[in-house]
Write a protein that binds this ligand. Structure first.
Ligand code: TRP
Length: 334
């Protein structure tokens, strides 16, 4: 049995890039009988970069409804909110006491902020940097080590955090006995990275996303806005230089991709290529979209699902944390 675990920070609205690059492959992998899946909403992580309560609450609801609408089996996978597992912040402290400050100093996220301060001529290199940002990797280590995850699928930008997780976990094991499994980082280069409306990577920080759950008409409108060049209908077009094609391919079967490649060579009009892209995406999302909208109307169903997920996850976390505390000398006197 392999334990696969990943977290989603609850600061945004799910978009097509999240769907293709993370959610869809994760749900697929969770159907494998040899895999035990832990997927959670990293709402404590959200506080590090977002101080808008409304946004965090909305995002949590939307992301939870998204995974449920897309068919995650929440009776087999462990699907929960980080903040519903009090063992995670407790473990964070045990790990904080094992985390070298020098290791945290080297964190990319922290260093990037310091570099920006210096660039702007600030006297204080730590201006605007909270302890949350600084010790973010320790909280992430607790998420992962709490459930002895073997594999952690993440984006490339997270690989350093996984190295830190192993470093901190190994130090704990060295001092207190072999408690933690060393997790492997899984960065899947096969998974499509979608371009956004402007052609850069689709990301909420670039404000170029296509939200996953737009109503049909709006979805079509967004797709029509994807940047193209000015080649006319009838002129052959280069698929390797087309955002419309890159997105099409991420949703299409091999046959459909080959047919679209041919259509490009034959000079398909941009409007027509975009229409076909719209139909392809819409067909795939139509049914889940209905389920999503139904769930958003029934927030109590989402809430109960998350609470049940947390209960199930704590069946492991509670005794495991007791064991860890015992190992460091925090235990009943008699
Ligand atoms: N830091 C991750 C991100 O920004 C989210 C995250 C939090 C996570 N805890 C995790 C991912 C544990 C994997 C495992 O994408």
């Amino acid at each position: 049995m392999t334990t696969v675990l990943t977290g989603i920070t609850t600061t945004g609205t799910p978009h097509l890039g999240n769907y293709v690059g993370a959610i869809k492959p994760a749900i697929e992998s969770s159907k494998n009988a040899d895999v035990k899946s832990y997927f959670f909403l990293a709402d404590f992580h959200a506080l590090i970069k977002c101080w808008e309560p409304q946004r965090i609450a909305e995002s949590t609801k939307q992301i939870a409804a998204t995974w449920m609408a897309l068919g995650l089996d929440t009776d087999t996978a462990f699907f929960y909110r980080q903040s519903d597992i009090p063992e995670i912040p407790e473990l964070t402290w045990l790990l904080t006491c094992m985390a070298a400050k020098g290791l945290m100093n080297r964190s990319h996220a922290y260093k990037a902020q310091v570099a920006e301060n210096l660039e702007q001529g600030e006297d204080d290199p730590d201006k605007g940097i909270t302890m949350g940002l600084f010790s973010y990797p320790v909280l992430m280590a607790a998420d992962i080590l709490m459930f002895n995850a073997n594999e952690v699928p993440v984006g490339k930008d997270q690989t350093q955090h996984l190295e830190m997780t192993r470093d901190i976990g190994a130090r704990f094991n060295h001092h207190f006995g072999d408690h933690f499994v060393m997790p492997k980082t899984i960065v899947d280069d096969e998974v499509a990275v979608l371009p956004g409306l402007d052609g850069r990577k689709m990301s909420k920080s670039y404000n170029n996303t296509i939200p996953l759950w737009l109503p049909e008409k709006k979805l079509r409108k967004h797709i029509m806005k994807i940047k193209t060049n000015s080649l006319e209908p009838g002129e052959p077009k280069d698929p390797s230089d087309s955002h419309v094609f890159s997105i099409y391919r991420a949703f299409a079967t091999q046959e459909q991709t080959a047919a679209m490649r041919q259509a490009y060579a034959d000079g398909i009009a941009w409007g027509e290529a975009k229409q076909q892209l719209f139909e392809l995406i819409n067909d795939e999302l139509k049914e889940p979209r209905e389920r999503y909208e139904g769930l958003i109307q029934q927030p109590d169903v989402i809430e109960q699902t998350l609470l049940k997920g947390a209960d199930r996850a704590r069946e492991f976390a509670t005794p495991f944390l007791a064991q860890l505390k015992q190992a460091v000398g925090i235990k009943p006197i008699a």
